[in-house]
Design a protein around this ligand. Structure first.
Ligand code: TRP
Ligand code: ZN
Length: 890
């Protein structure tokens, strides 16, 4: 496709039509050769009884394939009976019911898009979601066509001793010329996007799980031989997830075998193919020496996420891709509750909310903003977004909280039972929730259809004579590309009121009775609503949006004293953390104001209330260490940027740094004593407690390093060398690399070299090595990133390497990426253009930071826009990149 040709069409939800034909059975034979792979398909097609009108033509999707032959019921078609082009095979006047036999050729070894059948190092594997199956054979490649698959794989027995596909192994055996075959049958009907095939030389670990009803399930994780020692955590996580889904949702596994395969080249985290999940190695492999705490948690979460899809996605699937959040939002909600149960619920909530408020809110405020259920797209791969996943999960969470645990469980039971084996919509999901609760969610469904982040402006007044407290909530939502005027949302606001001596009882006017409850959920449905609380004998401080009960921005004019009170007294961990962030943000804003008016930041004072609040946290032995670490971490530059209309890169960076330096000075003694408690040479444990201990100690080390003393660099280097685990080691490395101190700069190259020498054989650790260098805020990073582009460790086509170097630099290093020379933008533009042809999905994703060009004042926005224009001028632009670049410039 070319920009000068017809522009790619947008696909619209309102144009949805049921498929004209169904495919009852799909028989595939994939014969893998070094040069050419032959795919023969035998499809049992039948007119869809519920389709509108008989059609004279039937188009099957197909691309990047060479057609050898096509036959109906064994009779080869003549040239007037079909046509084949770049994206389809059209059958002219097909019968009502027939078998379609096609033979095609593909070249997986040349496929760098990592979609369809491709080769990751020596392993052949597939990625079919969303529309990759059409690169394997001609098909009705849409999720509402569900079929029973039988798959035979043929390959060289030495190079590919292992042949896997979905379901159960039916038969295997040897063939001539050193080749062999395996035939798999999947008894569950599924859409083509859940098809998978793997062929290669892999080793595995095995375990077993007995389901609640007594089914014996074999569990296997397949990896390269050198990684066999890193599969244990994924296997434990899988068994926990299987048990959890039985206990919390009553969902059992439904085949005799569950397999996970890990590959190095993968566009996303993992894929839930029926019975044969395929994973990015980054989301399977973990051991203490090579993997950080974050890495361990990610493995647990992704293994669970893909496993949970077996019900939320596979047994009950999506009618069309506009319904993507039906499976993704729900499954993210399921995996987040699982992770909360496995570790620390408050920490998990804070992490999720931070990500949502930073990255999803930014998406919602930018040119790619779309509703949780979009109504149009050009390339569906661009819609695997934070909005679909994370905001979608928040929407399910609101429903779950509005219903309460028992009714929500009734609702999910009804949804799974009623729609088992079907391809359905988000409407069907909400209908099940309405039915079990008797509630009307008509208004609530605007969360699915309207994009944008609602803003709640809260004001209050206290009437001492009447003992009444009035809370007024006004909601509004900025226009987004699909909708200018928003209808009000249905917003659950969980809240409480704090008095001097603790929480106050909440008695809402008009409800009568007396209440001893100190927590409640206000349901905001109008543009403006006032809630009056009775029997309030003092001016309270409202604790609002506890546990982040809705994905909104909330503004209330807290005094700094109110914030310290909330930080220490509120019953809700999320609210305590959020108050700490608001207070810290105010303090950073003091510095930003000074910076922008040209003052010397060393002369600005940090508000003593922040220092004292932090000191109290550091001295309280009873507090959860993880909470302390979270509260002592200043809001990120990305989060502060998201709050600003016009993003002042230098002001944000230097102000935040100045506050960190001041805190390091004021709280040095406290940080020293926290750090002194840390023993990084003990045997590693992944428990929530051990993780909390490490995160607080490493935060203390980070603050201590800001003091720049020679002693502390030695301390850091000692931790680097003597740690038992990657969390402590990488943290020490990062501190040395990021420190401007002379003593650190002197040691930096040696330590980086040592790290590389030690871990160059571990690709995932090399990713960390690249990421540390790419995100270093010091001057000189741009040159280093350029040098690393031609380092042997950097593979320009491997998504993990691109994310570790290029995406980390452009999303996680504002001060260097936004260099006033514009070089950062050009560097990114070059990678996008290079990947546009080879891997359009990754190219389009890389573009994200440039889409925000309107938020940067002056030269910067011009330079960013110029890169988007350069990209859009590319004659062979992919649909993926075209959609993001053109919508950004519109
Ligand atoms: N369904 C996958 C998930 O669990 C997402 C996914 C994996 C994907 N690979 C992909 C989406 C490639 C688009 C393209 O989240
Ligand atoms: Zn998913």
């Amino acid at each position: 496709m070319s920009a000068r040709d017809a522009q790619p069409n947008a696909i619209q939800l309102k144009d949805y039509r049921a498929p004209d034909y169904l495919i009852d059975r799909t028989d595939l034979r994939v014969d893998i050769g070094d040069e050419v792979t032959q795919v023969s398909a035998d499809l049992a097609l039948r007119r869809n009884p519920s389709a509108d009108q008989p059609v004279p033509e039937l188009a099957l999707n197909g691309s990047d394939m060479h057609l050898i032959s096509v036959a109906i019921d064994g009779r080869p078609l003549e040239s007037h009976e079909f046509r084949v082009d770049e994206e389809s095979l059209v059958l002219i006047n097909p019968p009502e019911e027939f078998r379609l036999q096609t033979l095609g050729e593909i070249k997986p070894q040349l496929n760098k898009s990592l979609e369809g059948l491709y080769k990751s190092r020596t392993i052949y594997c597939t990625q079919c979601e969303a529309e990759g199956f059409r690169k394997i054979t001609w098909y009705l490649d849409r999720p509402d066509v569900m079929s029973e698959f039988t798959t035979t794989i043929v390959a060289d027995k030495t190079r590919c001793p292992l042949l896997l596909s979905n379901g159960n192994l039916l038969e295997e055996g040897d063939l001539e010329h050193g080749r062999h075959f395996a035939t798999w049958h999947d008894p569950h009907k599924k859409p083509a996007y859940l098809f998978a095939l793997v062929a290669g030389d892999l080793q595995h670990i095995t375990d077993h799980f007995t389901t609640r009803s007594g089914r014996e399930v074999t569990l296997k994780i397949y990896v390269e031989e050198k990684d066999l020692d890193k599969c244990g955590h994924a296997m434990e996580s899988l068994k926990h997830a299987m048990r959890w889904d039985e206990e919390r949702y009553g969902r059992e596994y439904d085949l005799d075998i569950f397999m996970i395969v890990a590959v190095d080249d993968f566009n996303m985290g993992a894929m839930e193919n029926k019975g044969l999940n395929i994973f990015n190695t980054a989301c399977v492999l973990a051991k203490p020496e090579t993997t950080t705490d974050t890495g361990f948690q990610r493995v647990e979460a992704v293994v669970a996420h893909e496993y949970f899809h077996n019900w939320s996605g596979n047994r009950v699937t999506c009618r069309d891709w506009f319904q993507l959040s039906l499976k993704e939002g729900f499954t993210v909600y399921r995996d987040s509750m699982f992770s909360a149960d496995m570790g620390s619920p408050t920490v998990k909530r804070v992490e999720d909310v931070s990500m949502l408020r930073t990255a999803q809110f930014a998406e919602d405020a930018g040119p790619m903003a779309h509703p949780v259920r979009p109504d149009s797209y050009i390339e569906i791969s661009n819609f695997y977004t934070l909005t679909i996943y994370e905001k979608g999960s928040e929407v399910v969470r609101m429903l779950a909280n509005l219903l309460g645990p028992e009714l929500f469980r009734k609702g999910t039971d009804l949804y799974f039972d009623r729609h088992d084996g079907q391809a359905v919509t988000t409407e069907d999901f909400v209908a099940a929730m309405e039915e079990v609760s008797g509630r009307d969610f008509t208004q609530f469904k605007r969360w699915y259809s309207q994009a944008g982040t609602p803003l709640l402006e809260v004001s209050d007044s206290y009437d001492a004579e009447q003992d009444e407290y009035h809370l007024t909530i006004r909601q509004s939502c900025r226009p987004t590309p699909e909708c200018g005027r928003k209808q009000p949302f249905h917003i659950p606001v969980a809240m409480g009121l704090l008095g001097a001596a603790g929480p106050l009882p909440l008695l809402l006017q008009g409800e009568g009775g007396d209440s001893s409850s100190t927590h409640r959920v206000l349901e905001v449905t109008e543009e403006e609503q006032t809630f009056t609380f009775e029997g309030i004998h003092e001016q309270p401080v409202p604790a609002l949006l506890r546990d982040f009960s809705a994905p909104v921005k909330l503004q209330y004019d807290y005094s700094r004293d109110n914030l310290t009170q909330l930080m220490s007294l509120d019953s809700d961990g999320f609210c305590r953390w959020d108050a700490s962030q608001q207070l810290a943000r105010r303090v950073i804003e003091d510095f930003m104001a000074a910076y922008l008016s040209g003052e010397d930041l060393t002369q600005v004072k940090v508000d003593a209330r922040l220092i004292e609040a932090y000191r109290t946290l550091l001295n309280d032995e009873h507090l959860d260490k993880a909470m302390v670490a979270l509260m002592l971490t200043l809001p990120s530059e990305a989060y502060i940027s998201e709050q600003m209309e016009q993003i002042e890169v230098e002001a944000i960076h230097h102000s935040r740094q100045a506050v960190r330096h001041a805190l390091a000075l004021e709280l040095e003694a406290e940080f020293r004593s926290v750090y002194a408690d840390h023993d990084y040479s003990v045997a590693y444990e992944v428990s929530a407690q051990a993780i909390a201990q490490r995160s607080l100690a490493n935060l203390a080390l980070e603050y201590l390093m800001l003091r720049q003393g020679p002693g502390v660099v030695a301390l850091c280097e000692q931790q680097y060398h003597q740690s038992s685990n990657m969390t402590d080691r990488l943290s020490a490395l990062t501190q040395i690399v990021n420190s401007p101190a002379h003593a650190a700069a002197e040691r930096k190259e040696d330590v980086l070299n040592d790290f590389y020498q030690r871990w160059q054989g571990e690709s995932l650790v090399v990713d960390q090595w690249l990421r540390v260098q790419a995100t270093c805020p010091l001057p000189g990073t741009m040159e280093r990133v350029r040098a690393l582009e031609s380092h042997p460790a950097f593979d320009p086509l491997n998504p993990n390497k691109i994310r570790a170097l290029v995406a980390a630099f452009s999303n996680g290093n504002a001060i260097n990426f936004h260099a006033t020379s514009g070089e950062g933008y050009e560097l990114l533009g070059n990678h996008v253009l290079r990947l546009n042809a080879e891997n359009p999905q990754i190219a389009a994703r890389l573009l994200t930071p440039l889409t925000r060009w309107r938020r940067y004042p002056g030269e910067r926005s011009e330079q960013m826009r110029a890169q988007l224009e350069r990209i859009l001028a590319e004659p062979k632009i992919s649909k993926d990149v075209y959609e993001v670049a053109s919508k950004s410039l519109a």
